[in-house]
Design a protein around this ligand. Structure first.
Ligand code: HGY
Ligand code: MN
Ligand code: MN
Length: 410
């Protein structure tokens, strides 16, 4: 068979996706493998087994990133693909997993065709991409790209009070491979869009050219608990009200800025969190994103001003801690154009895309020419058990990955 006729096996890809999705499956159909939990370990163990069955050399680095290496004809910098298999609590079965299992599928097709590429190939599984348990997100690839010192990553404390290094050791993924293992010749990540664009336009492949900036903060409010029935409104220092006011302000702010600006309060914890007690404390998260760095910084300043005013008006103490801050990223035009050309050559509709979500590729772009392949998310739904992508689209994305990697690896 000619190389250009090579296609991945949709059935095999779907079977691996289903087997991995069963790990951490919850009653509502979600996939829950929060980073460095036992479920994450089980998922890692399964992927490592598949890597070994495919004849890949498996290396684990000090922050738990896993790499499956496939020899090339020449001992030069590898072409790398990959993504993550950790999930949010209500994860779907494709977010991250598709990029890792698509990479394994590429390896299997090349093995069966007896093809040895000039450059080695590597499939990466990056630690804690979601950042939902240990902030920031893309933590493993950020360390890999030199954006976060290993010691600082090790000391990170999770939302459930665990220390990252101890959790890595506990699940047996505190590796000793060089960090970084390699500076790839190029990096390509296959991922579901997680947004509504491709699905609404009926387009199969997104050639991702850029990715928006991300600002994560944890806001702590200290007020005064008091009796819900006896305390006049003018005497309240109500942390619960302040949390709600911040959420309302951010909705208005995002609407006012418009364009790609988004704002989310995803996590709110009140203390003592009881029906008849004015909340003494509130802790909430703020996720701000924009494709334009100046607008994102302006949104952060507007929020800071609002928090200062709120503290004065309500007689509470407000503190904001940065959990993640990544500027917008431009991917490599050459790699993105190669993805687009490959999609068209394979007969798929394609359009340039911006990524609204963060991805490991944004960190690998600091090391080498990098771009992403998107496939449609039905209804734009993600981080939700209803996350769905048609099998034919999953296969199309993996085929584009196969031929893009073949082109890059020679
Ligand atoms: O937050 C994100 O964009 C990604 O899902 N970690
Ligand atoms: Mn993801
Ligand atoms: Mn995600």
């Amino acid at each position: 068979m000619k190389v250009e006729q090579l296609r991945i096996s949709e059935a095999r890809l779907m079977a691996r996706l289903a087997e991995l999705a069963a790990i951490g499956a919850t009653a509502d159909g979600s996939c829950c493998r929060l980073a460095l939990t036992d479920e994450d370990r089980a998922g890692r163990d399964l992927v490592v087994r598949w890597m070994r069955e495919l004849g890949l050399e498996v290396r684990i680095d000090p922050v738990g990133n896993i790499f499956g290496l496939r020899r090339g004809a020449e001992d030069v910098e590898p072409v790398m693909t990959g993504s993550h298999i950790d999930t949010v609590r209500t994860g779907g079965r494709y977010d991250g997993n598709l990029g890792v299992l698509g990479g394994l599928e590429v390896v299997q097709v090349l093995n069966e065709a007896g093809i040895v590429t000039r450059r080695p190939l590597a499939v990466g599984v990056f630690t804690d991409e979601e950042g939902a348990r240990f902030a920031p997100d893309m933590l493993g690839s950020l360390v890999y790209a030199g954006g976060l010192p290993l010691a600082q990553a090790y000391a990170t404390v999770s939302i459930d009070g665990k220390v990252l290094k101890e959790e890595l050791a506990r699940i047996g993924y505190l590796g000793d491979a060089p960090l970084p293992l390699a500076r790839p010749h190029a990096f390509v990540e296959l991922h579901i869009e997680q947004g509504p664009v491709l699905d609404s336009e009926g387009i199969t492949i997104g050639a991702v050219e850029n990715l928006q900036g991300i600002s994560w903060q944890e806001v702590s409010i200290t007020g005064q608990s008091n009796h819900a029935g006896t305390t006049p409104m003018r005497l309240r220092h109500d942390a619960g009200y302040c949390a709600a006011a911040i959420g309302h302000f951010l909705r208005q702010l995002a609407r006012e800025i418009g364009g790609s600006q988004v704002a989310t309060v995803g996590k709110v914890d009140l203390h003592p969190n009881l029906i008849n007690v004015i909340a003494a404390r509130a802790r909430l998260t703020v996720d701000l994103r924009n494709t334009d760095e100046a607008l994102l910084a302006a949104a952060e300043r507007r929020l800071a001003g609002f928090l200062e005013q709120l503290a004065a008006d309500e007689g509470v103490r407000v503190e904001a801690k940065t959990l993640a801050r990544f500027e917008p990223v431009l991917f490599d035009k050459g790699v993105a154009d190669l993805i687009a050309r490959t999609a068209v050559k394979l007969g798929h509709s394609c359009r340039p895309m911006t990524s609204g979500a963060g991805h490991d590729a944004q960190m690998m772009a600091r090391l080498c020419p990098t771009a992403m392949i998107f496939v449609p998310s039905v209804g734009g739904i993600s981080h939700n058990p209803a996350e769905h992508t048609e099998p034919a689209h999953l296969a199309a994305g993996a085929d584009v990955l196969l031929h893009t990697l073949l082109e890059l690896a020679g």
